[in-house]
Design a protein around this ligand. Sequence first.
Ligand SMILES: *[C@@H]1O[C@H](CO)[C@@H](O)[C@H](O)[C@H]1NC(C)=O
Ligand SMILES: *[C@@H]1O[C@H](CO)[C@@H](O)[C@H](O)[C@H]1NC(C)=O
Ligand SMILES: *[C@@H]1O[C@H](CO)[C@@H](O)[C@H](O)[C@H]1NC(C)=O
Length: 286
Amino acid sequence: MMFSLWYSQFLLLLLAYSGSLLSAELLVADGSRSLQDKNIFILAGQSNMAGRGGVVNDVWDGVIPAECEPNQSIIRFNSHRKWVEAQEPLHVDIDFNKTCGVGPGMAFANTLLQMDSSNIGVIGLVPCAVGGTNISEWSQRAPLYNLFIRRSKKSLLEGGRIRAVLWYQGESDTIHQKDAESYGHNLKKFISNVRQDLHLPMLPFIQVALASGEGPFVGIVRKAQLEIDLPNVWTIDADGFPVGPDGLHLTTEAQVRLGQMLAEAFFTRTVQQRRPISSHASKRNR
Ligand SMILES: *[C@@H]1O[C@H](CO)[C@@H](O)[C@H](O)[C@H]1NC(C)=O
Ligand SMILES: *[C@@H]1O[C@H](CO)[C@@H](O)[C@H](O)[C@H]1NC(C)=O
Ligand SMILES: *[C@@H]1O[C@H](CO)[C@@H](O)[C@H](O)[C@H]1NC(C)=O
């Protein structure tokens, strides 16, 4: 009698405890197999990758379009190197000195899920972008580069595969002509350093050709981006994409479109390789 009373209380306690564990670790309880097989995407670059959609005068409007809503199949590697449910703003604890808003990451992941919901499985996003950073801050052994490599490696510890790097950077290299002119060389070096340090020699890079810049030499940087000739480097051209009142940052709507184009580019070139490319997700001819 005493024993069974004690036992049932113990059971209740256990149930309550596992309940709280369950909500905290919902992702794991949900399907550990697909978690182990997760598709990891590294998000890097500067502010337009970190996301400033909906940010005006350092205030984010909080508007999250349907395309950017959370989904239990989309997780995010946070600054404490834990996988948590992904939600906007994806870079809030990474690009923490700035006000983050909507970037391309959630629209990218949701589009990929919709395109291939039965096969792709869990999508793991690893935000690494920091606003205002020039390409020399991403050179090998620079602090930001080291953090990028470290986070990428740690993201693999619980299983999964790094499927691609999404890269949107270069606005800060349009101020001085010298920086713009060496951009192509530095970008190639960045890509090969990453592939070498992650031991993934063919790791796909999907880069964004600039929509805007901080200085007058946008054309030179864009030319370098569009002309890059490395295997498994694909370019989305953001030329003409709407930017906010600062003239620099993509609007929320533009970020959604960009995320969709990044997903189309990845999907058509990898997942769907045998089917014809049906979209305009690659370089636009203009
Ligand atoms: C934030 O600002 C501090 C102080 O200026 C700087 O040391 C740090 O690198 C910055 N970090 C990021 C992620 O912007
Ligand atoms: C998550 O994404 C899948 C694939 O697009 C979709 O079927 C499902 O309804 C989404 N779940 C939520 C909660 O939005
Ligand atoms: C890049 O940015 C860093 C940090 O703001 C700065 O110290 C450096 O001079 C810049 N490099 C170039 C080539 O513009």
